[in-house]
Design a protein around this ligand. Structure first.
Ligand SMILES: *[C@@H]1O[C@H](CO)[C@@H](O)[C@H](O)[C@H]1NC(C)=O
Ligand SMILES: *[C@@H]1O[C@H](CO)[C@@H](O)[C@H](O)[C@H]1NC(C)=O
Ligand SMILES: *[C@@H]1O[C@H](CO)[C@@H](O)[C@H](O)[C@H]1NC(C)=O
Ligand SMILES: *[C@@H]1O[C@H](CO)[C@@H](O)[C@H](O)[C@H]1NC(C)=O
Ligand SMILES: *[C@@H]1O[C@H](CO)[C@@H](O)[C@H](O)[C@H]1NC(C)=O
Ligand SMILES: [Fe+2]
Length: 467
């Protein structure tokens, strides 16, 4: 004898179940509504795009980490009139001993655009935790900048990372960068989660917008490293105009220290910086079994020594846990490939971009499903990373406003605003994370959370604060 509920009972039961799902399961969707405004690119004549004065003056100066541990820096710049010098002159603050490093020059053509002379020079054997000055260019057009090397790699070294994604070159992009610069927490290095210039939104991918973007961000990236992740806007794959080599502008302009981590491609690599081990992945390169990226990551994860670098951070462009309608489930196949490893190796946090909004997940995993067992709902998992989408730099494509409803249980907080975040490592167990929306003052936190390290302190984190 079975139990057959009457139709009214069944309807009532279904209603109760639905409202339970609706009210108990989901996280928080922000009530903050941004006022309507157009996201437009800054015009070519804008102050941020100004070309430095002087014949052949170096422009678009940018730096990134140049080795695996933070004792080298790649300095890159562009000259427009002639190749000029490849030399970087550098010295320790307070020292008279000036050193020279020799770089290389390259250039490329894209449809009917010809790039300037793009210089890359790696300065090696730097001392940790030291301020260096450096000079690029010749004669009257020399330009001087500075950077500070990170402290020696070690388990309890505090370090402050900024997070920016999908920046572009609109007035909103400028606002994001300004807020990052003015943030009193003072980020020391930017983890950039992909989609830099959005030049590909222009007719024929007008690469002049790669140049303007690099001049725009120089005011930050000439003084502190930005760690590059490639996004879909770096592909510049355009067979209709004969451009069939993916990533051509990006790889000519932005170098990464991929060889130092045994990678065979500049699009995926790892670095150690202070107490963090940072793995950069490429959403738009092959990642299936037997591919170079797969084999590299499989060999890479066991190398992470949490006694040396407690914090394991992954950067990626297309998010795996995203509850906006935009790019919904685009990251799914990569998640299926790699998520079991992220749980096994207890990744602390994964930062992604691509969706032009902000979202933070619960610690969840979804690795039990095997096509036939039906177990396909993400579950709370203390060994799983928190997934953060920070594709809200402010590019020309505008905000992602439409969200899937109801908010799924994996999504802890979501808001369609532009902004940036800070990941502030205190020691091997604690890191303080916060997100800042552009419409507030530079110091206002719209979302924040204490991270407990998954290796050293895998306890449940206290409730976060979002407003
Ligand atoms: C490239 O071609 C486009 C379309 O013909 C044209 O509008 C643009 O001015 C050209 N740019 C250069 C640098 O020749
Ligand atoms: C960009 O922001 C900087 C710093 O706030 C400001 O000086 C500059 O005028 C802004 N430029 C544009 C085009 O908005
Ligand atoms: C891990 O790092 C610690 C601290 O630097 C070191 O003592 C230990 O030998 C390393 N372990 C391995 C397996 O390399
Ligand atoms: C967002 O949702 C609204 C209402 O459902 C719909 O009209 C609009 O087309 C959606 N926009 C995008 C970009 O998906
Ligand atoms: C690590 O940092 C947190 C937050 O600042 C602090 O409460 C904790 O005492 C620190 N742990 C150690 C061992 O210093
Ligand atoms: Fe993207």
């Amino acid at each position: 004898m079975g139990f057959f509920p009457s139709l009214p009972t069944l309807i009532l039961f279904t209603l109760v179940l639905n409202s339970a799902l609706l009210f108990c399961n989901g996280g928080k969707t922000s009530v903050y509504i941004r006022k309507e405004e157009k996201t437009v690119d800054m015009p070519l004549g804008s102050d941020v795009f100004r070309v430095p004065s002087g014949y052949n003056a170096p422009q678009q100066v940018h730096i990134t980490q140049g080795d695996h541990v933070g004792k080298a820096v790649i300095v890159s710049w562009v000259t427009e009139d002639e190749p000029g010098s490849n030399t970087v002159l550098y010295w320790k603050k307070g020292s008279d001993e000036k050193k020279k490093a020799e770089g290389k020059v390259t250039s490329y053509k894209y449809y009917n655009y010809t790039s300037g002379y793009i210089h890359h020079c790696t300065i090696k054997h730097l001392e940790y935790n030291t301020k260096y000055y450096y000079v690029v260019g010749d004669g009257h057009s020399m330009r001087k900048f500075w950077f500070t090397t990170p402290p020696e790699v070690g388990p309890d070294v505090p370090y402050t990372f900024g997070l920016i994604g999908d920046l572009g070159q609109t007035f909103d992009s400028n606002s994001t960068l300004t807020h990052y610069e003015q943030n009193p927490q003072k980020g020391q290095t930017v983890l950039f989660v992909g989609d830099l210039s959005y030049a590909d939104n222009y007719p024929f991918h007008n690469n002049v917008r790669w140049d303007t973007w690099a001049r725009f961000v120089e005011r930050s990236v000439a003084y502190q490293p930005w760690i590059w992740t490639a996004g879909n806007h770096e592909l510049d794959f355009a067979p209709e105009i004969g451009e069939t080599k993916p990533y051509k502008p990006f790889t000519h302009r932005y170098h990464t220290p991929y060889q130092a981590s045994g990678s065979t491609s500049p699009l995926w690599y790892s670095i150690k910086r202070a107490s963090a081990y940072i793995i950069v992945l490429s959403s738009y390169s092959a990642y299936g079994k037997y591919t170079p990226q797969y084999e590299w990551l499989e060999a890479e994860l066991p190398k992470v020594n949490r006694s040396e670098t407690p914090w394991l951070i992954v950067l990626n462009h297309s998010p795996w846990y995203n509850s906006y309608q935009y790019h919904f489930m685009e990251g799914e196949s990569m998640r299926v490939m790699y998520e079991p490893w992220f749980v096994q190796y207890k990744v602390d946090v994964v930062f992604a971009g691509h969706v032009h909004a902000y979202e933070r997940s619960e610690r969840v995993s979804n690795i039990a499903y095997n096509v036939v067992n039906g177990i396909c709902t993400p579950v709370k998992d203390a060994s799983a990373p928190v997934y953060i989408t920070i594709g809200d730099g402010g590019n020309i494509e505008g905000l992602a406003i439409n969200m899937t409803q109801p908010q799924p249980a994996y999504s802890a907080y979501r808001e369609a605003s532009f902004g940036h975040a800070i990941f502030d490592i205190k020691n091997r167990t604690h890191a303080y994370y916060n997100w800042h929306r552009n419409h507030d003052g530079a110091a206002v936190e719209a979302d924040s959370m204490w991270f407990y390290n998954r290796f050293w302190h895998p306890a449940e984190e206290p409730a976060s604060h979002s407003h």
